[in-house]
Design a binder for this molecule. Structure first.
Ligand code: DON
Length: 610
């Protein structure tokens, strides 16, 4: 109630003085809310918001030099590769959505990692068919062919204005001269460091870069990455060097020496893929997001469609009916994800059916407002149901035939990391880029390819290593997401661009594994439905349900006591988290065309504008 009261007052009297009072109250009463509410930065010409201030600075520098949103996004992403080496970088992959201001067209680029040619469907099972715990998470076998350099080069080649070399200068300087690790970033990554420490210590190249004789660098210390600086310099001269030159040879040699699967042939074959974004209408807005091989866009739209025309705002902020509807929508979407989503170049994914508002109405009718359904009652759509929304007869989501013994992996404790990195850029012409990239869990596979300084991903874990086996984020999958050579593992990354009447309205995205899609959903609703400014929208506590495990995860202090009692009465099973998750950031455009940017107070990100 208290949060509701404060928020209502805030929206009525949004003057600066009142805002400061509310913020001060929230700060004084830390028990009420887990994170402070940030003020958005406002600017007219251009804006960059990313997960690290040094990266946002680099993007802004490019805009000021006359570069466009694409130039700024590329420079920002390269700096993230240096200052968040545990999170995202050139040893991984990602997705971007861009809006071309000349045509108003929104395009999606898939530069995610692909499974090596030598990958096989049962590569993580032992001779007895038992899942080898952590084989898809740690070490050489966990690595998929990286796509970040090819993706950033491709988008720059098509749309960039500034010379490619110029874009890499800030990243090269920061790798060579070093940067100071902040307490914030280290705080955020402490569980990661601790979880990944042994893996890092096992790999001599990673150990040499990220530890001082085995002790991880601490806040206030400088991290210098000379090998990475050399690799980036080489990429600035010739981006193909990652795929056919010295860097490719170093990666392939390291792989072959240590039992990894990636070869020169994998690297040479790598290509980013332009895809059509998935788009749908919500209220007055058109929401466009990443299509498969991400599950993000499809399920974001599915959940928005299920919420449909229900006027959440009229119920009041955090009304139990609104929360209940959102949670039940989440369960349905993640159930569908487990069955149908995978790489569209390998399996037929019923995208249009799943994002059809008529399909959502059918699923909405299953939801009882008085009672939360157990996950076992919520089923993925059956094929007949989807065929009602299809002109062609699809054969989607056939069963995964494997005799894997799940006992090992199901008994392995899972942990959530907060890695991966999102950035948004808008320029003066209103070109826009929303980009999420990752090396998957903290420090990826825990491997630095010898001599390159490049931390390699563990994206193979995003495949379903066997049917029903949860990955690092507890997500389960099926045939559609089974491993195959050159296939792309299913992702949840959800870079999103929202327009209204063909004008930019909102850019948003997040890290956080399975929680990415529900973070983005909540920020969109906070802005479009609850009329929050983007600072409040990225700040307020969040909740998450992913069907399996059957638990409603809550950030600290997300609901007041009465709401908790009412949701429990309806049968929701809470998992109260002690730390917040995610690290969303967003740029909104006001009706007057002002840019408003904000980065999540849970992270150390920062907007920059001019
Ligand atoms: O693509 C995905 O969905 C995951 N590899 C993202 C990983 C992630 O967000 C890590 N942070 N929690």
């Amino acid at each position: 109630m208290r949060q509701f009261y404060l928020y209502t007052l805030y929206t009525r009297f949004s003057g600066f003085v009142f805002y400061l009072c509310v913020t001060a109250l929230l700060f004084c009463n830390q028990k009420q809310i887990s994170a402070s509410i940030v003020l958005p930065l406002r600017a007219q010409k251009g804006m960059v918001v990313s997960a690290h201030p040094l990266a946002s600075d680099a993007g802004l520098q490019m805009l000021r030099k006359g570069g466009n949103a694409i130039d700024a996004a590329v420079a920002t992403a390269f700096v993230i590769s240096v200052v968040e080496p545990f999170s995202a970088g050139i040893g991984g992959g990602g997705f971007l959505l861009l809006r071309d201001s000349k045509t108003g067209e929104i395009r999606a680029l898939d530069f995610r990692e692909r499974a090596p040619l030598k990958a096989t469907r049962n590569m993580y099972l032992d001779a007895k068919g038992k899942v080898r715990a952590n084989a898809s998470v740690n070490g050489y076998l966990a690595v998929a062919t990286p796509g970040t350099v090819a993706g950033l080069y491709e988008v720059h080649r098509r749309y960039g204005k500034l010379p490619w070399r110029e874009l890499l200068k800030p990243a090269i300087a920061l790798a060579k001269d070093g940067f100071i690790l902040s307490s914030h970033v280290t705080w955020r990554s402490i569980p990661e460091y601790e979880n990944r420490k042994n893996v890092i210590l096992n790999n001599p190249a990673a150990r040499a870069i990220f530890t001082r004789q085995g002790d991880l660098y601490q806040p206030g210390e400088k991290l210098v990455q000379r090998d990475l600086a050399r690799s980036l310099t080489e990429i600035s001269r010739n981006p193909r060097s990652f795929y056919t030159g010295n860097i490719a040879r170093a990666i392939a040699a390291d792989m072959s020496k240590n039992g990894g699967l990636i070869t020169l042939a994998d690297l040479k074959l790598y290509k980013p893929i332009w895809r059509n974004p998935v788009c749908g209408n919500f209220r007055h807005a058109k929401v466009c997001s990443m299509p498969p091989p991400s599950s993000g866009g499809v399920h974001l739209l599915e959940m928005l469609n299920i919420i449909g025309t229900t006027n959440l705002k009229s119920l009041g902020w955090r009304h139990p009916d609104a929360i209940h509807l959102m949670v039940e929508a989440m369960k349905i979407a993640y159930a569908d994800r487990s069955k149908f989503l995978g790489d569209p170049d390998f399996v037929k994914v019923p995208v249009q059916q799943l994002i059809d508002p008529a399909y959502a109405r059918l699923r909405r009718a299953e939801i009882k407002m008085s009672r939360a359904r157990a996950a076992s009652e919520v089923k993925p759509a059956d094929i007949k149901m989807l065929q009602r929304f299809s002109k062609t007869k699809g054969r989607w989501g056939e069963n995964f035939t494997s005799s894997a013994d799940l006992s090992v992996i199901l008994n392995t404790p899972r942990h959530e990391s907060t890695e991966t990195s999102h950035l948004n850029v808008v320029d003066a012409q209103r070109n826009a880029v929303s980009l999420t990239f990752t090396i998957n869990t903290g420090f990826g596979a825990g491997i630095v390819a010898d001599g390159t300084g490049i931390v390699l991903n563990n994206e193979m874990d995003d495949f379903a290593v066997a049917p029903g086996v949860p990955n690092a984020f507890g997500l389960v999958g099926n045939e559609a997401n089974a491993i195959a050579p050159r296939k792309t593992p299913l992702s949840s990354m959800t870079p999103t661009i929202v327009t209204e009447n063909n004008r930019l309205r909102l850019l948003v995205g997040a890290p956080g594994g399975a929680t990415i899609i529900t973070q983005v959903l909540q920020v969109i609703l906070n802005v479009l439905e609850y009329n929050m400014d983007v600072g409040a929208a990225v700040s307020v506590p969040r909740f998450h349900h992913q069907w399996l495990p059957d638990e409603l995860r809550l950030e600290p202090f997300v609901f007041d006591a009465l709401t908790v009692v009412e949701l429990q009465r309806r049968g929701h099973k809470f998992k109260q988290e002690t730390t917040p998750w995610g690290n969303v950031n967003a740029i909104a455009l006001t009706p007057e065309g002002t840019l408003e940017g904000a980065a999540d107070p849970r992270g150390e990100g920062s907007p920059r504008g001019f």
